[in-house]
Structures are given as C-alpha cells and as structure tokens.
Design a protein. Structure first.
Lengths: 168, 176
C-alpha cells in the first residue's frame, strides 16, 4: 500500500459539535409542533361544527311546529326575492371554489384534507336537508338564515382547502 | 459476540431504529445522531469544505429524514437512505450558496496534522472528478462498502468499484 493510501484512511474529519444535536432537536420539535397544532385545529373545528350542526337540527326540528302555530317568522315576498338572489350568488361562488378544490378533496393526500372532506360531506348533507325544508316552506325565515349560514360555512371551508393546498 | 452474531445484532438495531424513526420518535433520531452524526458531519465536510456548512447540512438532512421517514419502507437500506438524503442536501446547499468546495478543504477540525503528504493528497483529491472523489472518500475515509456507496450515490455496485479504481489510478499518477 502506498503512503498516500495510508494517509487517505485518515481523511475522516472529526470535531466536537456540542450545540449541533440541540439545534437539530429544536428544528425537529418545531416541525412537529405545527403538525399537532394543525390537527388540534382541525379537530376543534370539527367539534365546533358538529355542535353547531346539532343546534341547527334541534332548532329546525323542534321549533318548527310551535313557530307555525304561534307567530311564525315569515318573510315578505320582497325579502324572499333578496334571499334567493343572495343564495344564488353563494351557490355560484361555491361552485367555482368546489371545482378548484375538487382534486384535493376527492383524493385527500393528508389527514387535514381528509378532515376537510368529512366536514364538506357533513355540510352537503345538512344543506340538502335544509333545502328540502326551505322548498316546502319558502317564506320561513329561520330555515333561510340557517341555510345561508351553512352556505357561508361551505364557502369558507372550500377557501380553507385552497389555502391549505397553496401553503401545505 | 462472534462476527455473525455481531452483524445480526447490528442489522436488528438498524431495523429497530428505522422503525422508531418512522413512527416519528425524537429519541430515535437522537440515537441515529449518536450513531451516525460523526460520520455524517465528515461526509458533509468532504462535500462542502467547511465545518459550519457541514453542520448546517447535517441539520437540514435530519429534518428531511424526519419528514420522509414515515414513508420509508426498506429497513435494511435505512442507513444508506440517510446518507443519500445527506448527499442530496449537501448538493442543494451548495447550489443555494453558489459556492464550490475550496480546492483543498480547510482543516479547522484540527484532528490531523497538515503534513506535506496530507496537503498533497488534499490537493490531488480536489482535482478529481466529483463522483470519483466521493466514491474514494466514502470507501477509503468513511469505510462504506461498495453496496452502500451504490445505494447512497444511486449508481451500480460495479460502477462504484470502477470509479474507485479510476480515482486510485489518477491519484497514483499525481502522487506516485
């Protein structure tokens, strides 16, 4: 063996780096933290949403008979026209957002996207139910208000999906 | 322990470590650092030519390993995968900094004397084609086997042997 070959065996560099592991550990912790806080956020949003949805359901299913018998909160024809035009605008915006978000939502690649997809499924179910009620009693204001709230929630959720896609 | 028991135990350790890293356990990453950190720093140093850059590369590589470990399935190739990530990280860092390694990496580690032969070798190595230099250093200085070098540099084992042979021939011409 040549001298330089012998020398090459000793080319490994060794030095003390007492602060390197703490730096790495801190970076890994930072990487972990946002993940868990994202999860907590998604779970908290889910819980809040389910509670909200239950309240809507309780309100519509328990309050309706009393309201129709007593003093129903009815819309005038003019107010109904306004509400319907505002709903149409929401639906148009939702359609646009839904088209953009659909690849991510239909094939969710992350737990966060899966959570959004579950939330959107819940929202779609609730919207469908309220639309049936609104159709059978178009002038009943409470249903319209709840429907508008659900449209808004869906619009915001779709927007969140698009934001999450942009900033994964 | 005889040699076979030792190898079996080493394989089990690596497989366990890979599994624990995959589940995102920080203590597993700390063990990986204790086991491989020194060699990782040295490999990064050979690629980047400075201690601070080498340490930055090791830190960033660990972050990439942490992010990618969940999807890693081949426990047997875990260590080679770790070094592949490190080598890629070094290339990325170098591209980002738009800086080539100096002709003879500065020896601030201070663990070897700068003998005339050591200096001549460092200069000769700097004149080698990068792939030949990397294979030479991974084999001779870091003690990797050709199978591991092939996995780290994503070349064939035969190519690794050939590049080492070429590197030695050129060094022989320059130094012999």
């Amino acid at each position: 063996m040549q001298d330089w070959e012998q020398e090459a065996r000793g080319l490994r560099k060794e030095w003390e780096s007492p602060d390197l592991w703490p730096r790495i550990s801190e970076a890994l912790e930072r990487e972990r933290r946002p993940r868990s806080s994202r999860w907590l956020l998604a779970v908290a949003a889910g819980v809040a949403f389910v509670i909200g949805l239950s309240s809507v359901w309780i309100l519509t299913h328990t309050a309706r008979p009393r309201v129709t018998v007593a003093t129903p909160n009815l819309l005038t024809q003019q107010a109904l026209d306004d509400v319907e035009s505002s709903e149409a605008a929401y639906l148009q915006s939702i359609d646009k957002l839904a088209k953009l978000a659909s690849p991510a939502v239909e094939m969710p690649q992350t737990p966060l996207m899966q959570a959004y997809r579950d939330k959107l499924d819940l929202l779609n179910g609730a919207i469908a139910e309220l639309r049936v009620q609104a159709k059978s009693n178009p002038l009943y204001a409470q249903v319209r208000v709840q429907l508008a709230a659900l449209y808004r929630e869906k619009q915001e959720t779709l927007q969140d999906v698009l934001d999450a896609q942009k900033n994964p | 322990l005889n040699a076979i028991d030792f190898m079996d135990e080493a394989r089990t350790t690596v497989a366990t470590l890979a599994e624990e890293c995959r589940s995102g356990r920080l203590d597993a990453f700390e063990r990986l650092y204790r086991l491989q950190g020194g060699r990782m720093k040295s490999v990064a140093y050979h690629l980047l030519g400075s201690i601070p850059d080498a340490e930055d590369a090791v830190q960033e590589a660990f972050l990439r390993i942490y992010k990618g470990a969940g999807g890693f399935r081949n426990e047997a190739g875990f260590i080679a995968w770790v070094y592949r990530i490190l080598v890629n990280t070094c290339h990325d860092l170098r591209r980002r900094k738009q800086r080539r390694p100096e002709s003879a990496p500065e020896d601030r580690a201070g663990n070897r004397e700068n003998t005339p032969l050591a200096l001549a070798l460092a200069q000769a190595l700097a004149r080698l084609d990068e792939r030949r230099r990397m294979v030479f250093l991974l084999f001779e200085a870091e003690g990797f086997a050709h199978t591991e070098i092939a996995a780290i540099l994503q070349i064939t084992e035969g190519n690794s042997r050939y590049l080492l042979h070429q590197a030695k021939r050129e060094l022989q011409e320059m130094l012999g």
